[in-house]
Ligand binder design. Sequence first.
Ligand code: CS2
Length: 504
Amino acid sequence: MTRLSDASLGLLAPSVGRPDYDRSAVSIGIVHLGLGAFHRAHLAAYVDACLSKTPEWGICGVSLRSPATRDGLAPQDGLYTMGVQSAAGLEPRVLGALKDLVVAPDDPAKLIACLASPDVKIVSLTVTEKGYCRDPATGRLDATHPDIVHDVACGADAESGYPRSAIGWLWAGLVARRAAGLGPFTILCCDNLPSNGATVRQVLLDYAGLKDPDLVAWAEEALACPSTMVDRIVPATQDADKAEIAKHIGLEDAWPVLTEPFSQFVVEDHFPLARPPWDAHGVTMARDVEPFEKMKLRMLNGSHSTLAYLGQLAGDETVADTMAEAPFRTLIHDLMTEEVMPTLTMPDGVDLPAYRDALLHRFSNPALRHRTYQIAMDGSQKLPQRLLGTVRDRLAGGHSFDRLALGVAAWMRFATGRREGSGEPYTVQDPMAERFADLAAAARVPVGGEGAFDAKRLAEGFFGLRAVFGEDLPRDDRFTASVVRALERLCQDGARATIAYYAG
Ligand code: CS2
C-alpha cells in the first residue's frame, strides 16, 4: 500500500479531508515541544485550519526524547490522519500543520536555531504534568529534579552540553533570542495544570534564578505565558487503529491519531508578538481563562482519574466500559453534581449541568477505546489539581466530599501495584512509583496474599507524600478519616462492592 506523503495526497480516498492550502508555502511560526497524540489532534488541528489564509503559522514539532514520532512522520512529510470517532463511524482528515520535525537530542543546534528564529512567535507545549519538573503541591520548580540539576549545570552548546527538560530548552531559547536582539516568544502551555500559564511562568522564573540570576528581572518583565484550557479526549493510538485508518483513507499512515468529535480550546489573549487568527476557527479567546480551566480540571479530569483508578481495580479496560455500568455512572454523576459543581463559579452563559451531561456522554463514547490504565498514569502529578483542590474547597465550606475521598483512596489502592484478589503485580507508571512500592510493602498484611493491605497503614503512608497532599490535608482529620473509610472498604470488599455502596 502506498504511504501517505505530499506526493501521494492526490491518491487519498475522495471523501477524506486534506490540507486546503499549498504546503510548500507554509513557513514556521510555532515551535511545539511534546509531539504526543493530544497535540496532533488539538493545537495542530486548530493551526491547520488557519493555514490557507495565514501560512506563516506552520509548526516545527519537537520531541524532547524519543525519535519514534519523527521516524513515523518524516517519511510522510509530517502528514498524518486525524480520525474522528463517534457512534456514527470514523471520519478521517489529513492534517498538514507539522512542517518540520526535530528530536532534541539528535539535533540540538537546529532546535536552538529554530527557537531563536525571528519568524517564530510562539512556543507551545504538551509535555504532560511531570514535564514541568515542578513540585505538584506547590507548583514551584523542583530544583532537585535530575533533569533540572543537569540543565542548570550545562550551557546550550556542543561543548558544555544541551538541556534535557522542556524548561531548560525554553530558557535556552529565550536567552538566545535576547542575545540576538529579538523579543521573547510567547509560551503557550497546553497541559492540564492549574493556572497553566502562571505555572509555567513561575517554574521558568525559578529556573532562571538558579541558572542566570542576573536575568530574572528581565524575564519577569518580558515573559508572556497566556493560560489555556485545552480539551479533547485523544487515546494513545493502537496498531489496530492504523489498519482501520488505512482502510478509510486508501493509503498507509504509520502515525495517525484517533479522537472524539468534541474539541475545546480557550486561550488568554496575550500574545505580544502575534498569534494565528484562531478566533475565526473555533477557539475562544478570553480575558480570564481560569474559571474554564478549573471547571475542566475538576469536572472532566477529576472524574476521569476517579473512573480510571476504580476502573482499573474493577478490571474495566476502558472508560466506556466503566460508563456502561450503572453504579459507576451514578457515582460520577453525583460526584460532579454534589461535590464539584458547588465549588465552581462560572461566567454567565456557562451551563454546568449541561457541561456535566456532555461529559457523561463523551465518557460513554463506545467507539473511543480510552484505556483506564493510560489515564491512571502519573497520579502523583495529577491528583492535586484534579481532586485535592476541590476537597480543600469542600473542607473550607464544611461540606461533604466522600466521593472525592473515594477517588483518592482508589488511587492509593491502585498505586500498590497489586491486583485485587489475585495479588498479581502490574507496573505503576509514576515518577514516585518506587515510593509507592515501599509504602505498599510496609502496609502488607501477613494473611490474604500479596494483594491484602492494612488500609489505615497504607493511607497513612501515602498521606506522608507532601508533594501530593501538602502540609494541610494530612493534618485535617475530616480528610484523613474519609479517605481511610473509603480505603478500608476497597481493601475489604473490593472495588465493585465499594462503588455500589457509594453510588447507593
Ligand atoms: C486524561 C486526559 O490521561 C488523562 O489523564 O484525563 O488526557 C483527558 O483525556 C484530557 O485532558 C481531555 O481533554
